[in-house]
Ligand binder design. Structure first.
Ligand code: PY5
Length: 304
């Protein structure tokens, strides 16, 4: 359960937490066409700062564009709304959830005249896959559920309905005693976690999946930037599950999950079965950056 906050921003106004409600015939609730973001605000020596706010909101607007949803707010207005919502909730650290959804009106699938709503909620959210998992690594299972075909799902967009597939995978992984699921694509190559991108290290080379059936993750982009700046060789290439079984290191990236090392996949230890040196270095750079302790990436922070 998340901790209840004070205010939620909805369609241009800050409402009391309990008043931020929608009608049961809200179109998105029935058919899943809505787009959203997950952003984090961290405490820094100069006060709370939002990590890569602009990039997240740009992706939100791109998601809406792909699905032809007319968002009635500009990037600047959304940026201001996020900051206003965090201030109103008086939180130093939080997760930020903007959502664009289709309201009431037509109940058929062609609902282009229904109003498009925007809401922004924030809440304190610790390590999504557990503090222990972030430190020592998590246990992952290749899912029996497959990521959709790019002609069925457009993965440049972060769409509510896609997370039905993710939840099937997540529930299966947990029912089998694992922490997280890894989905393969329709060709059998590694795609991504239920809510995370994946990286592996093989023969000293850091590798991530191409952007074919995955969300274009902002944490993923940050990690690639760190790797380039650190001189860690990086390539984008598809790989199969057995390459992960024999990888030296592997980890997930995501806003909610941050950078959890993967210590086991399908019962096989990855590397030494504990976080490897490249994973630990990238984690360190990430946490220094989001906590305002690395000037080099200071431009990624928006202070309240
Ligand atoms: N892939 C999927 C399917 C995701 O849902 C996410 C983010 C990512 C990758 C990583 O993207 P980014 O690094 O830009 O966050 N998932 C959301 C998050 O806020 C929702 C998780 C429940 O992390």
């Amino acid at each position: 359960m998340i901790q209840k906050g004070k205010k939620i921003w909805m369609d241009g106004r800050l409402l009391d937490w309990d008043s931020a409600q929608v009608h049961v015939l809200t179109h998105t609730l029935h058919y899943g066409l809505g787009v959203f973001e997950g952003i984090r605000c961290y405490e820094t020596p100069r006060g709370p700062a939002v990590f890569r706010l602009r990039e997240h909101l740009e992706r939100l607007l791109r998601s809406a564009h792909i699905f032809m949803l007319q968002v009635p707010y500009s990037l600047q207005e959304l940026q201001e709304a996020v900051l206003q919502t965090i201030r109103a909730n008086e939180l130093k650290e939080c997760y930020i959830r903007p959502i664009v959804f289709v309201g009431t009106g037509a109940m058929g699938l062609y609902a282009v005249d229904n109003p498009v709503h925007v809401a922004i909620a924030v809440w304190p959210w610790g390590a999504y896959l557990g503090a222990e998992g972030l430190k020592k690594g998590i246990r992952v299972k290749v899912s029996s559920f497959v990521r959709g075909h790019p002609n069925s799902y457009m993965f440049r967009a972060k769409v509510c309905g896609y997370y039905v597939n993710s939840q099937l995978a997540k529930r299966e992984a947990i029912a089998c005693g694992f922490d997280e699921a890894l989905l393969l694509d329709a060709d059998g190559f590694v795609s991504e976690g239920s809510g995370e991108n994946i990286f592996m290290v093989r023969q000293g080379v850091l590798r991530s999946t191409p952007l074919t059936t995955i969300l274009e993750g902002i944490t993923r982009d940050s990690v690639i930037t760190f790797a380039r700046d650190e001189g860690i060789p990086f390539e984008e290439a598809r790989f199969s599950r057995d390459e992960l079984y024999i990888a030296e290191e592997a980890f997930f990236t995501g806003t909610a999950a941050e950078i959890p090392p993967i210590r086991e996949l399908d019962g096989r230890a990855i590397g030494q079965g504990c976080p490897g040196p490249i994973t630990r270095r990238l984690q360190e750079l990430f946490f220094q950056t989001v906590r305002g302790q690395n000037e080099r990436y200071g431009h990624w922070l928006t202070y309240l």
